[in-house]
Design a protein around this ligand. Sequence first.
Ligand code: 5MM
Length: 341
Amino acid sequence: MDIEALKQTAQAMVAPGKGILAMDESHPTCAKRFEKLGIPTTEEKRREYRNMLLTAEGIENYIAAAILFDETIRDNMLSGVSFPEHLKNLGIVPGIKVDAGAKPLAGHAGETVTEGLDGLRDRLAEYYELGARFAKWRAVYNISDSTPSQAANMANAHGLARYAALCQEANIVPIVEPEVLINGDHSIQRSFEATQSAQQLVFDQLREQDVVMEGIVLKPSMVTSGLDAADKAGVQEVAERTIECLLSTVPAEVPGIAFLSGGQTDEEASAHLSAMNSLGKDLPWNVTFSYGRALQQAAMTTWNGSPDNVDAARKVAAHRARMNGLASLGQYSEELEKEAA
Ligand code: 5MM
């Protein structure tokens, strides 16, 4: 294991003013997004779409790393250059989603455990050859009156830690993603408790597996009210509770925390991140974004599958990347959105 290389990669992925583009939708997720817009769910369209995103002007000024799906890391841009090579040329670190998805947890209705450890060592070696320098594994936690259960917390934390250890052995930085879903009508306090206990167990298990904290990036969900909560916490409260939670769980050695957007609107995701970086606290880690939907949705809608819309869609993609780059420095404002409109 080359610890120096892991540290350098992890630091590059969360460089100040930049974040991570999550464009690792599996086929079913990509199909769901395309179908909503009436875009054909073909390999060609996925290539055109991802090509559009990665040719948005100046994207490399705000995006430090991009998470690819298996199909894309093996594929070529429309120019004929491979996706990982194109990213490298832009100074963006290429990475790969390696989990096999969240599957029903036996004996625990409504809960999941993320699978994908079998054969992972060999897959990581191949992905390294293909250019990947980091990987991603997402565990999913569902809030209800009786969940997340201790069984789901334990199983997912164990999986994340085993994955992370295998990644580091292969000189690949693991993005550790415990996502507490926003779905439900729960309070922000309930979200805080579920997120804190999930993260505590994840870090216990990471230590148990001797994972080097300097060589990981944490990708958590924010502490928010449930999507259907009657009384929703505002931006400042979300920022304060999220940072309070992370300060209680994440070791200072971790170089960066890159949030998922989890179904927040584009503006909410930018505002929350910016507020966290404006709290005036001296945080031990860089706090940035690793958004999927909140970076892509507007651009995908503008593109709508048509070559005629590529330039307009690139502008939308570049705008959202810039807004979130500024948010990672605490410099995002609603006025900036209006200026661009
Ligand atoms: C981009 O979506 C990722 C892949 O999801 P599937 O495995 O379901 O296809 C997903 O893991 C994503 O990276 C994170 O959930 C963050 O994305 P959001 O949209 O929540 O920011």
